[in-house]
Design a protein around this ligand. Structure first.
Ligand code: PLP
Length: 364
């Protein structure tokens, strides 16, 4: 009886929600003793001054957070040399990605992304009933500008570029993105989630190109993934439309306070960023000595092709049994790869020593 009812509920949905699969419920909770190198978090504690702002914000718990995130948007506008109507604040930048797809895509539209890229975008496009065009760029650090302008992506409503890209860690010169922005009348969503680990950034483009919409997050370089703070920066006409469809009170009082405090103390993170870059080079070299082929990275993670004979999934499982978590991907071109986030030196030593053991005794 209830099975028949459920079936008729599900079949009453139109095509897009009907194709949405339920998430399996057998995912186990994370063991605290695992070394988590699979989600590109930054493992360091917040600077004391930022922590104090979070604790003070707890005293505001009985109040709704500030409407339209005004103080946080003002603080971001000051920090980035913009006006507050050029800034939207999100509960992580993934909230903002969701708004962009809802606001600017209708069923039947298409959106283009360099592939392999951040796969969450594929799901967002599917939910809008939009066509998701993946422009192959492999692990190249050259932007296929002509292909984006006149290839299959020509009719896309917007182009999604992550720079540095996830999962490759590659970085394309900002001048190439500028060339695309100048020649295209499409919206270009420039996702700079990892930009603080890269040699340059695209902030200056906002002043010249109304078709650039920049995304930033404090999840990676500011070690605040659990607090959920992200920003969209761009033209007020674009930003205002996104603010118009955003949930009221999308962030909480702690996110506001921590966001404002991080913006005021960005220099307190310099050693954090130096550490990630140093470890990135050290681990990259060590992995290559162990038979991995590592893509040069400008982010806080490494994409590594595993030694011949096993695939990425095999390595992920072998490391998981040893309590080290790394990421793998469903794209066939990444079958032989794992992605490793850069953590503390101690975490990276554990990773390297477990990999060494697997290399020397794969059956154990
Ligand atoms: C390229 C890219 N964009 C956006 C995000 C979302 O980050 P958050 O929602 O934590 O701000 C991620 C997270 O992994 C990412 O890799």
């Amino acid at each position: 009886m209830s099975g028949t009812k459920l079936k008729s509920v599900l079949s009453s949905f139109s095509q897009v929600p009907r194709e949405l699969e339920p998430l399996p419920s057998d995912r186990h909770s994370l063991d605290d003793s695992c070394v988590r190198l699979n989600t590109n978090e930054n493992p360091f504690p917040m600077p004391e001054v930022v922590m104090q702002s979070a604790i003070a914000a707890l005293e505001q718990q009985y109040l709704y957070p500030e409407h339209d995130n005004i103080s946080l948007r003002e603080a971001a506008a000051d920090a980035y040399g913009l006006t507050k109507d050029q800034v939207i604040a999100g509960n992580g930048s993934s909230e903002l990605l969701g708004l962009i797809y809802r606001a600017f895509l209708a069923p039947g539209d298409s959106v283009a992304m360099l592939s392999p890229g951040f796969s969450f975008n594929r799901k967002l496009a599917m939910l809008q009933g939009a066509q998701f065009l993946e422009i192959e760029c492999g692990q190249s650090d050259v932007l296929p500008v002509e292909e984006l302008l006149s290839g299959p992506a020509e009719g896309a409503k917007f182009i999604l570029l992550a720079n540095p890209n996830n999962p490759s860690g590659t970085f394309v010169p900002v001048a190439e993105i500028e060339r695309l922005a100048a020649q295209s009348d499409r919206l270009i969503v420039l996702d700079e989630a990892y930009v603080d680990f890269a040699p340059d950034n695209g902030l200056r483009l906002i002043h010249h190109y109304p078709n650039i919409l920049l995304l930033r997050t404090f999840s990676k370089s500011y070690a605040a993934a659990g607090i959920r703070i992200g920003f969209g920066l761009g033209h007020p006409e674009i930003i205002g439309r996104l603010r118009n469809i955003q949930n009221v009170f999308n962030m909480n009082v702690i996110g506001h306070a921590v966001g404002v405090s991080i913006l005021a103390h960005r220099d307190a993170y310099e050693e954090n960023h130096r550490h990630i870059k140093r470890e990135r080079e050290r681990v990259s070299f060590a992995l290559s000595q162990l038979g991995f082929c590592v893509t040069p990275s400008h982010a806080n993670f490494l994409l590594a092709r595993v030694p011949a004979g096993r695939n990425g999934r095999w390595w992920q499982q072998a490391l998981e049994r040893r309590k080290v978590l790394v990421a793998v991907f469903s794209e066939p071109c990444l079958n032989e790869h794992i992605r490793i986030s850069i953590g503390t030196s101690a975490q990276m030593d554990i990773l390297l020593s477990e990999i060494f053991k697997v290399v020397n005794d794969p059956e154990q």
